[in-house]
Design a binder for this molecule. Structure first.
Ligand SMILES: *[C@@H]1O[C@H](CO)[C@@H](O)[C@H](O)[C@H]1NC(C)=O
Ligand SMILES: *[C@@H]1O[C@H](CO)[C@@H](O)[C@H](O)[C@H]1NC(C)=O
Ligand SMILES: *[C@@H]1O[C@H](CO)[C@@H](O)[C@H](O)[C@H]1NC(C)=O
Ligand SMILES: *[C@@H]1O[C@H](CO)[C@@H](O)[C@H](O)[C@H]1NC(C)=O
Ligand SMILES: *[C@@H]1O[C@H](CO)[C@@H](O)[C@H](O)[C@H]1NC(C)=O
Length: 310
């Protein structure tokens, strides 16, 4: 352990001594993706057994003790000092090492991986010397969901014809910019309230409210910008164009006709039911009156029958 620390100190001294231009690259990766941190030394046919490759976190502001991301010593992974959170998440490209490609694949990145990473390559012939080093800044991002625009909702409490629009989106990172645009003349509108809510998984949701005076041809757009990804997602509202007056009347007439037909249909059905009811009642009465007359007749016949033998 002590020796190893000493080794890293030595390494830092070498870095200080080395007069090698330090190139810096920026990489943007989406949450959950695999990021490739590139470190390429343009020299072929390197002897792996003479090489040491160190990947470490090199943020100026990095406070945590552990900074070892990945180490390759004498041609073998040596991750005994690797930070626990990088365990099983780092891979070198074995088929490319001898061609001087020491890039590191970092699996399933999350917000906490947003750091400056340094790749240091040492070659040890008699004593180790730094032959290559590079820095990669990894930034994390996540696309926002397609925004959902709702409204206009008429504000009953306000004087005048003020309406409210709401726009929401989520699952994004980092925090978004929200733009409301009047598409009639492409002017910016100021929302009355914009709320950005963080979630446990590190992403943000956004809720924005716009209050505007209602006009006859409202065209409103809500745009959610992820500056890091250079992404703008928008949703728009366009007031339904009212057709010409005659068209509207026609529509109304059609509607009236439709209602009239409906009413006629209902009346017809009621009428038929009524007729049927009357008919059934009449038939039933006729039947019962026949029965009654039959009954009326029966006793007389019986009487007659009884009487006749007498
Ligand atoms: C990341 O790499 C792992 C292992 O190589 C693979 O299983 C996974 O599908 C990759 N994920 C993405 C998002 O490419
Ligand atoms: C990726 O990392 C997240 C935490 O950052 C974890 O919840 C998830 O299970 C991991 N996914 C894979 C495929 O390892
Ligand atoms: C854009 O049009 C709205 C009315 O729809 C008006 O109130 C506003 O002043 C216009 N803005 C510009 C910059 O012309
Ligand atoms: C997103 O839209 C806003 C408003 O229209 C604009 O100012 C900004 O430049 C756009 N961003 C990108 C990345 O297109
Ligand atoms: C408004 O959004 C709809 C889809 O929601 C799209 O089809 C239409 O082209 C958009 N209109 C404008 C003016 O951006």
């Amino acid at each position: 352990m002590e020796l190893r620390r000493y080794g890293f100190l030595l390494l830092h001294l070498h870095i200080l001594q080395a007069v090698i231009a330090l190139e810096e690259k920026n990489i943007i990766s989406k949450l959950g993706d695999n990021a490739t941190l590139s470190c390429i030394y343009n020299k072929k046919n390197l002897q792996l057994k003479n090489l040491r490759v160190y990947w470490q976190i090199a943020d100026d502001s990095y406070q945590e003790k552990c900074s070892v991301v990945h180490a390759l010593i004498s041609g073998q992974d040596d991750n005994r000092n690797q930070c626990i959170r990088f365990k099983d998440r780092t891979q070198l490209f074995w088929d490319r090492l001898e061609d001087g490609d020491f890039s590191l694949l970092l699996l399933n990145v999350s917000q906490s991986d947003g750091h400056t990473y340094k790749c240091v390559v040492q070659e040890k012939i008699d004593r180790p010397i730094v032959i290559h080093q590079t820095e990669v800044v990894l930034s994390l991002a996540a696309s926002y969901s397609q925004p959902i625009l709702s409204g206009p909702i008429r504000n009953s409490d306000s004087t005048g014809e003020e309406v409210t629009f709401n726009c929401r989106s989520g699952n994004g990172y980092p925090k978004p910019n929200v733009y409301w645009i009047n598409k009639v003349n492409n002017s910016r509108l100021s929302p009355s309230k914009t709320e950005i809510v963080p979630h446990d998984d590190g992403t943000f949701s956004v809720f924005s409210t716009l209050k505007v005076k209602a006009t006859s041809n409202m065209q409103i757009e809500c745009s959610i910008e992820n500056e890091m990804l250079q992404e703008n997602l928008s949703a728009n509202y366009t007031q339904q164009k009212k057709s010409s007056d005659s068209g509207t009347e026609n529509d109304e007439n059609l509607e009236k006709k439709g209602r009239g037909a409906q009413a006629a249909g209902i009346i017809g059905i009621v009428f038929v039911i009524g007729v049927l009811t009357v008919l059934i009642c009449w038939l039933w009465r006729r039947r019962s009156s026949k029965l009654v007359s039959y009954r009326d007749v029966q006793p007389r016949e019986d009487q007659g029958g009884l009487n006749s033998p007498a």
